[in-house]
Ligand binder design. Structure first.
Ligand code: ZN
Ligand code: ZN
Length: 243
């Protein structure tokens, strides 16, 4: 799997970073993990072929993870002239939230020139999504718009886990256990807070998880100010990793 951080920022553009969007290429093609508001900007900047993206896995419906969907779809229709099928998977409520986002961003009837499938993930189940084994885990973030998810993805004998946004929850132990790469949101350096991860908390639990590699993402100004004291890898926009 080749992983590219299109955007690794939070909702507040801390450090001038783009919103969350992670591009993954594997033997089945390519998919996105989250599609934050700036996802299309980030992908254009580093030259990602959006028509080669066969699936988008959304962790939750906050705009820094989901707000790029209207731009992606409009671009697919009008500029990329996509004909390939697209699968969008996400939490329960995905069809309604996507319709609302489209109506807000680009109102009007729209006929997409490609087959679009929306799939609501079942928590605790492992399903085949666009050729990969994908398990969804319920994490502890903000369920007002639907259950927030972490994903464990198995492809080509490798395991990738992405936490989505969450404070510490034991669901992450199962989601990321012995993963080849665990991409974990890490919002604050020391002080635990609701809905997001603190490095001080995550560090205590990482031995239970046993991931081969950990990359921190979704860093706030507080984390960015402490980068020199962090001994785990931290994502940056455009960063590429292979597992
Ligand atoms: Zn976020
Ligand atoms: Zn969020």
């Amino acid at each position: 799997m080749r992983i590219r951080f299109v955007g690794c920022g939070d909702a507040f553009a801390s450090g001038g970073r783009f919103n969350t969007c992670i591009h993954v290429a594997d033997e089945s093609g390519a998919f996105l993990l989250d599609c934050g508001a700036t996802a299309l900007v980030g992908m254009q900047r580093i030259g990602i072929d959006t028509n080669a993206i066969g699936a988008i896995l959304l962790t939750h419906f906050h705009a820094d993870h989901f707000g790029g969907m209207p731009f992606f779809l409009l671009h697919a229709q009008l500029i990329a002239r996509r004909t390939q099928p697209l699968l969008i998977a996400g939490p329960l409520g995905l069809p309604d939230w996507l319709a609302r986002a489209m109506a807000l961003a680009f109102p009007g009837e729209r006929t997409l020139p490609f087959p679009l499938t929306l799939h609501e993930m079942q928590i605790g189940k492992t399903e085949t999504i666009a050729g990969r084994r994908v398990s969804a885990f319920h994490v502890a973030h903000d369920d007002r718009a639907g259950p927030c998810l972490a994903y464990r993805i198995e492809s080509g004998g490798k395991v990738l886990c992405y936490s989505g946004d969450t404070e510490w929850t034991d669901a992450l132990v199962e989601a990321a256990r012995a993963a080849d790469l665990f991409i974990c949101e890490c919002y604050t350096f020391d002080k635990p807070r609701k809905k997001h991860m603190a490095l001080s908390v995550l560090s205590r639990h990482l031995p239970r998880i046993g991931a081969r590699r950990v990359i921190l993402t979704h860093l706030s100004d507080d984390m960015l100010a402490h980068l020199g004291e962090v001994d785990l890898d931290c994502a940056s926009d455009g960063m590429a990793v292979e597992i």
